[in-house]
Each structure stands twice: as structure tokens, then as C-alpha cells.
Design a protein around this ligand. Structure first.
Ligand SMILES: [Zn+2]
Length: 193
């Protein structure tokens, strides 16, 4: 595999350093449906990983019925699209399914705390609930760095449930960055050659 260019390598270093710490567990407010959807989001994250993308997955479901309205995983590298985050793709798919940009009746479930771009989208889409797994201390905009989704100055606030399956959500990211590191390292015997 070719070595990634400089900026990508730097952002990898920033990201992977974020998931070494302990992640919160036993969140309050998570429903059985939230947990079931998080397992699906983790499957979607694995699909991202399989094509070499940072593994983040997201599902939007109708809160009352549990019907899946949209799914997505990160395809930023494949699509050369800085906006192709898992949440953004899942929310767009859900709006297409419902035929309405307003998603008050829906819950977004995502493996990683949404960034400022995605948190802004969730406010604009009037998402009813946001459920996420691992905290992102370097870019999180639901409580870690900012709290855009519950800011009373904005015209919509989402109910937030943090830390659902936080450990497996962080682990898939840790493992991804670890395997990228070892892929870049020359095999034993060729080192110091
Ligand atoms: Zn994002």
C-alpha cells in the first residue's frame, strides 16, 4: 500500500491519539432499540474499514417504530469528499426516505461523537435524538469540544445519549489506526537494512 500523503498522516495521528483513553460506559437514556441500532452502526463501520476508510458507521431510525430510514458509513477517501461522514450520509438517506428534511421523529445512532459539521447538520435536520458511542476529544461537538446539538441559542435542540457501546466503537478505531501503523512499518529483517 502506498504511504498516505502528509496531511492525511497528520490527521491520522491526531485521530488515533484520541481513542486510547477510557471511554464512558453505561449511559443513561439508551433504549433497547438504541443498542440494537448501535450494533448495526458498528457493522457499517466495519464496511468502511474494509475499504480503507476510518471506521465510523451511522443509522437513522424512526424513534416510535424502530424502522430504519437511512444508513451510512464514512467514504471520505473513496469519494474524495470532505463532507462524506457517516452521519451526513445517513441523514441524507433518511430525508430521502421520508421525503422531508425535518427528522424530528427520528433518532441518529453513530459510533463516534459527531463533529461540528455533522452536529450542525443534526440541528438543521431537527433530529429528535442523537445516540453515539465513543467520545471524540479532538473533534466532538456534542459535549467534548462543543455542544452544538443542545445549545439553547440555536433554534433546535436534540436529546443526546452518549457512550452507548463506547468501548467497541473506540476499539474499531484503535485497531484501524494500529493496523495502518504496522502496514507502514517494514517487515522484520528489512529494518535497519
Ligand atoms: Zn462529521
Amino acid at each position: 500500500m502506498n504511504s498516505p500523503p502528509g496531511p492525511w498522516r497528520r490527521s491520522l495521528a491526531r485521530l488515533r491519539s484520541s481513542f486510547r483513553g477510557h471511554q464512558p460506559t453505561n449511559p443513561t437514556g439508551a433504549t433497547e432499540m438504541d443498542r440494537r441500532m448501535m450494533r448495526r452502526a458498528l457493522e457499517l463501520a466495519a464496511q468502511a474499514e474494509a475499504i480503507g476508510e476510518v471506521p465510523v458507521g451511522a443509522v437513522v431510525y424512526e424513534t416510535a417504530s424502530g424502522r430504519v430510514m437511512g444508513e451510512g458509513f464514512n467514504t471520505r477517501e473513496r469519494d474524495a469528499d470532505p463532507a462524506a461522514h457517516a452521519e451526513l450520509r445517513a441523514v441524507r438517506a433518511a430525508a430521502a426516505t421520508t421525503g422531508d428534511w425535518r427528522l424530528n421523529a427520528c433518532t441518529l445512532v453513530v459510533t463516534l461523537e459527531p463533529c461540528p459539521m455533522c452536529a450542525g447538520l443534526l440541528v438543521n435536520a431537527r433530529l429528535g435524538r442523537v445516540v453515539y458511542g465513543a467520545d471524540d476529544p479532538k473533534a466532538g461537538a456534542c459535549r467534548s469540544l462543543y455542544n452544538l446539538v443542545s445549545d439553547p441559542r440555536l433554534n433546535h435542540r436534540c436529546e443526546v445519549v452518549a457512550g452507548v457501546d463506547a468501548e467497541p466503537c473506540a476499539a474499531i478505531l484503535r485497531n484501524f489506526f494500529r493496523s495502518r501503523r504496522s502496514a507502514r512499518r517494514p517487515p522484520r529483517g528489512e529494518r535497519n537494512a
